[in-house]
Design a protein around this ligand. Sequence first.
Ligand code: ATP
Length: 351
Amino acid sequence: MSTAIDIRSVVKRYGTATALHGVSLSIADNEFFTLLGPSGCGKTTLLRCIAGFEDVTEGEIRLFGQNIAGLDPNHRPVNTVFQQYALFPHMSVLENVAFGLKMKGVSLSDRTARAGRMLEMVHLSAFADRLPAQLSGGQQQRVALARALAPEPKVLLLDEPLSALDLKLRQAMRVELKTLQEQTGITFIFVTHDQEEALTMSDRIAVMSQGRVQQIGTARDIYEAPVNRFVADFIGETNLLEVTVDRIEGGIARVTLPGGHTITCPTAATTPGKHHISIRPERLSISAAGDLTATVERVVYLGTDLQLLARLTTGEEFHIRLQNSARAQVPAPGSTVALHLEEGAARLLAD
Ligand code: ATP
């Protein structure tokens, strides 16, 4: 697969503040790639550097092999969809979608035909003659998408494009966006702080924090094999426990748990000593012989699942999720339970 974007050691400073501390990553052509991280981690800055709204302080960005430094935003083969999609209020939906094509000098008949096809793709053909104000928020966002796709950019940058929509619409749009990306074959770079959004749509995700990429991988990679505490904690729910690592060999660590039990687990760390492990709440079962012992403090009924808040005998708070079923044996608050870690449930973290 060819590379669409190569970001090499990019540093971005605003005066004395550093927004990006040497970011390197490669995005493949046709990939749905997401930059995920909390507010202020630098994801929008990186997107703006790719778009050409900002210059990088150090490093370089290559688009399809070409260094784009100094290339005007209008001359880059990229287009952007923003959270505030700002349609032209006095133009019809069709005119809005055709606008970018008009600017490029595409003839009236060609741009009308292409804008019509784009509206079909986002299921808005019936709304071509309306004004933006006569559409719902979700429909307006789809017009903005059609408008950005109409000039057929090689790369589409999407900066939190769903965050202004309500939950139901957001969920529906996730599916539509993914389908659109597959249909058009355009490389999508999607920015969000919403981990569920990232997990459901992306081929790969870069998890960012404080101007640095913490981990790059598929949704499964970053959920099941987080490299450090930040990623383990930011993606989904987890239990972080301090442990002693006795030995590491061939990517497997021998670890002593709080309470004294010993287990082996895959590891991102390379040296013995004190480290943390991450244990997902759903990768445990209550059994006669356990690896950890805990007292149940609270049981929360969540429909499909039961959430148990417990405390290990060594004092740490611990979260457990059990699947709800007719046969589910729910321990009562106050009872002491033995917790069995499923194969591969624990993951030793690098820091
Ligand atoms: P959000 O989700 O809140 O948009 P983000 O992850 O996109 O956050 P950025 O907007 O990229 O974060 O900001 C990264 C850092 O750079 C922040 O600390 C921010 O304050 C700083 N920053 C961004 N733009 C500027 C600017 N024009 N001048 C000075 N500092 C800036």
